[in-house]
Design a protein around this ligand. Sequence first.
Ligand code: SF4
Length: 341
Amino acid sequence: MRTKSYKKLMIVPGYACNNRCIFCINYDMRTMPERSTAELLRRLKKGRADGCDYLEFAGGEDAIRKDFCLLVNAARKMGYERIAVATNGRIFSYPDFAKRAVESGLTDIIFSIHASSEKIHDQLTQVSGCFRQALAGIENVLALFRSVKNTTVGTNTAITKLNYKELPNIGKFILNSLGLCNAEFIFADPSRGGVARHFDMLMPKISDAAPYMRECLYLGQEHFRRGIVENLISNWAARYVPLCYFTDFFPFQISDVRENIVFNHVTHSTPEGATPDYLKSRREVSRRKTLRCEGCLLREDCEGLWHRYLEEFGDSELKPVKDTSVRERKIKYIKDFLSCR
Ligand code: SF4
């Protein structure tokens, strides 16, 4: 697979979902009106006119929309090179749907896996049978993707107080049982939704979660390093973390850093409106660094912590980075990346 940087459009058709995940950032948005097919087609067309070549559907559970395959297929015909969807995976357990979705032109499917066992996953998603359906969905898609070039199957895992100690087991499960080496581990976002509502129950401290996250990141490190050059879409990384707890995974395995290289621009289009430069906005609006970060060598790359997190826990966990080799690693990574284009 050729490496290149993409211009990405992330589109949210709506927030309807067939799960009730307790940590969901969009927990309070479920009843918002869905965008119409015509509106979405117009937005997809504009994305192509703006030069976007990577499209990601995010929601809600977009795949349960009646027009989902139509939208994917239309995007494909418009010329989007890659089309990704993040999904709880349940609808992909139906072989007919999985076949239609793959044939419509999806190239990257990211399944939510929040535990290594049915019991915990179903508790977190609040739907009995969800785990088994997601696994059946992965199996169906892997079988279908065998005959389609340049496709990836990945997972994402929301990290909360209820599952962070399970992370090494979750990593082993994804690698060994699912046979996937493409995964993202997402530190809880307390800005709004489920984690904001149930902060005490769900929000872990980074100093508590980091040792388990690190153990999990090490598990996939070798697979990931081997894959970097041939496929930049693949991942085995943490998201939304302060870099001081993950210096040995910088920059390869930190999504917030890596996506600034993989994507030369990211636009978000949601039912509430557009964020024309999403990466800049997240950095400037949602998270922050503090006075403790003064003199940290990773300050420029780091997005710090969520505002709400700092309000509740303060910044005493942050520890400025002084080791110059971490920045040299980033320069090498970018050189490797550019030399492959
Ligand atoms: S000390 Fe601050 S700037 Fe440095 S890595 Fe930690 S959070 Fe980021």
